[in-house]
Design a protein around this ligand. Structure first.
Ligand code: TRP
Length: 334
């Protein structure tokens, strides 16, 4: 059976992936690979746009991210995982698309704006970073992706992509480029262990997919609960209590969670008891990831063979699109 939707997603390889990534996108990819033709891009070129002085970090994290993907069950027989820097059609498409995008339009991109501010790049903004939405449009269109599952922050990238698609098809009187639909995840972003921010590597509040049972248990002990729940007998709050947020997200026994909530709110249930249960729940969920990851981590050759095979397949697809694009632009004289 021909799978009709083509999905393209990707990550910048700048660190190991964590449970927030799992909830936000990886779990979805594992599910979608059965029904859709799925490409997953390790965006090392895009990662360099804000890490160009740190190429070793990007280099090293390609392997880490690959291990994370394989650990959660992204299956290379169903999903094409590939490395962006080996797909030369992408920068070439980017260059052609640059003619179709104004500087003013890029400057309005809210995601890029926010990133520039966060990273303090206002004074010396590299063109490469400023223009990365065009590069991302090339990622998406090279594979004629119809669906792009992303977080909210990536919506402006899809809009930019579709504007390029429409301009290109109109100007060059063709229909070869395909508009993509953003699929926004309905699951809210997972809080970090600190309960104050979303889970993120840089805030040091993450549970990594590579964490062992011991580390998970230790981290759960430090988790934010209800700061006013000082004595076991005091009534405790569920709202904003990260331990209960995680139980809602990961515990299979919803009835038990409800009983714990009732007891906690009434008073008489200590944080340690709830955390103990969360430790069990998380370890049950994450232990298979840890075991599988360890296996791949020890077999670098196999991991890179998988990435190489995916990259070769992706290069063919992207190259075919590039040929069509060049034909439409009359770059076919010889
Ligand atoms: N910009 C995405 C991120 O920062 C990574 C990415 C690159 C991507 N190319 C993509 C995501 C294409 C979806 C589609 O996480």
């Amino acid at each position: 059976m021909q799978k009709k939707e083509v999905i393209l997603t990707g990550d910048r390889p700048t660190g190991r992936l964590h449970l927030g990534h799992y909830v936000g996108s990886l779990a979805n990819r594992v599910m979608l690979q059965d029904t859709c033709q799925q490409f997953v891009l390790i965006a090392d070129v895009q990662a360099l746009t804000d890490n160009f002085e740190n190429p070793q970090k990007v280099h090293d994290n390609v392997f880490e991210v690959m291990c994370d993907y394989l650990a959660v069950g992204i299956d290379p027989a169903k999903t094409t995982v590939f490395l962006q820097s080996y797909i030369s059609a992408i920068p070439e498409l980017t260059l052609y698309y640059m003619n179709l995008v104004t500087v003013a339009r890029l400057a309005r991109n809210p995601t890029v704006k926010a990133e520039i501010q966060q990273k303090g790049m206002e004074e010396s903004l590299p063109v490469g970073f400023f223009a990365y939405p065009i590069n991302q449009a090339a990622d998406i269109t090279a594979f004629k992706a119809t669906l792009v599952p992303v977080g909210n922050d990536q919506l402006p990238m899809i809009e930019q992509t579709n504007e390029i698609v429409r301009s290109f098809n109109r100007i060059y009187k063709t229909d070869i480029l395909v508009e993509a639909k953003a699929v926004i995840s309905k699951t809210p972003r997972l809080s970090g262990l600190d309960g104050q921010n979303k889970m993120s590597k840089s805030l040091d509040n993450a549970l990594f997919l590579s964490d062992s049972a011991d580390i998970i248990a230790k981290k759960v002990k430090t988790m934010f609960t209800d700061p006013e729940h000082l004595r076991v007998d005091d009534p405790g709050k569920i709202e904003g209590n990260t331990v209960f947020e995680y139980l809602d997200a990961f515990a299979l026994d919803a009835q038990k969670v409800q009983e714990l909530k009732d007891h906690y709110q009434k008073g008489g249930l200590g944080d340690m008891v709830v955390k103990k249960y969360l430790q069990e729940v998380l370890i049950e969920k994450m232990k298979p990831f840890y075991e599988r990851r360890k296996m791949y981590y020890q077999d670098k050759q196999q991991v890179f063979d998988i990435l190489k095979a995916g990259t070769e397949k992706a290069a063919e697809v992207a190259h075919a699109t590039l040929q069509e694009v060049k034909n439409a632009m009359h770059l076919n004289l010889l």
